[in-house]
Design a protein around this ligand. Structure first.
Ligand code: NAG
Ligand code: NAG
Ligand code: NAG
Ligand code: NAG
Ligand code: NAG
Length: 229
């Protein structure tokens, strides 16, 4: 038993060591167009400029985003009710960039491209709501609400087009529910932004100070635990 504990503690320290912050931000989340690891991009990177120095998305992705929004990439139209206003479209585009290009998201990645409670600055959420409040959509949850049939997203039969104002009420409702539980309306300063000057990414500091994966148990460690006890 005593020997088992020694083995357990050495395994635990290996487990913690393996999940130091430096490793967390050198891997990209899973996604159909994500790179495996973040790297700099060149002059043909035409959207998502904030991430040009260290990006999980390719220049090719940014070119597609510029050409046809996400219509060819995902068979999904932002304009499913009527065309979004330019101000609103700018924010939605930001979010596509954030999800596809931001390396820091790996810390909030719960599998298969799904994020959980990324702290987004309340100010950003409020500005985003302000830009979109008079625009239209047919579902509140853009990740799970649409009818996905034959690889195409459309408004469910019984849905009706209503304004963002009606669906979300305010910036908090918008950040906390539009992309399912991916984002969280964070009122403190320890929060992420979706646009910044290329170069120094202010979100790095948020990731560094976020709690470690406290409930995370590496499969190898789990296996070792089962063998010991
Ligand atoms: C990138 O380019 C290749 C070949 O030109 C193409 O097949 C692919 O669909 C493009 N788009 C993305 C987002 O990777
Ligand atoms: C978009 O829909 C068409 C027709 O159903 C399908 O062939 C294509 O693979 C879909 N593309 C994506 C990216 O899902
Ligand atoms: C909506 O946007 C499309 C481009 O996606 C454009 O071709 C069309 O003219 C726009 N419609 C209106 C009513 O502005
Ligand atoms: C989803 O779309 C398919 C194909 O257009 C349609 O047959 C089906 O009734 C739709 N379901 C809902 C719930 O909207
Ligand atoms: C959609 O609306 C029709 C008619 O109002 C109703 O009969 C049907 O049950 C509704 N379907 C769903 C899935 O809510």
């Amino acid at each position: 038993m005593a020997r088992g504990l020694v083995v357990l503690f050495s395994l635990l320290s290996v487990g913690l060591f393996c999940h130091s912050n430096s490793e967390e931000v050198t891997k990209c989340i899973d996604g159909p167009y994500h790179k495996d690891i973040p790297s700099p991009e060149g002059p043909d990177y035409v959207e998502c400029h904030s991430w040009r120095e260290k990006s999980c998305c390719t220049a090719n992705f940014t070119a597609e985003l510029q050409r046809n929004r996400v219509e060819v990439l995902y068979n999904f139209s932002w304009n499913h009710c009527k065309n979004l206003s330019q101000e609103c479209e700018k924010f939605i585009k930001n979010q596509e960039c954030f999800w596809s290009c931001e390396p820091n998201l790996i810390k909030w990645h719960v599998g298969e491209g799904v994020l959980k409670m990324v702290p987004i600055c309340a100010k950003y959420c409020d500005e985003w709501f302000d830009a979109c409040k008079s625009d239209y959509t047919c579902v509140q949850d853009w990740l799970r609400g649409f009818n996905y049939t034959n690889s195409i997203y459309s408004c469910p039969t019984n849905s009706s087009c209503r304004t963002f104002q009606e669906f979300y009420k305010n910036g908090e409702g918008l950040c906390n529910t539009m992309w399912a539980q991916s984002f969280y309306y964070e009122k403190s300063d320890n929060c992420m932004v979706m646009e910044f000057a290329p170069g120094k990414n202010p979100n790095d500091a948020v990731t560094a100070s976020a709690p470690r994966f406290s409930t995370f148990i590496h499969p190898v460690l789990m296996f070792a635990l089962l063998k010991i006890f």
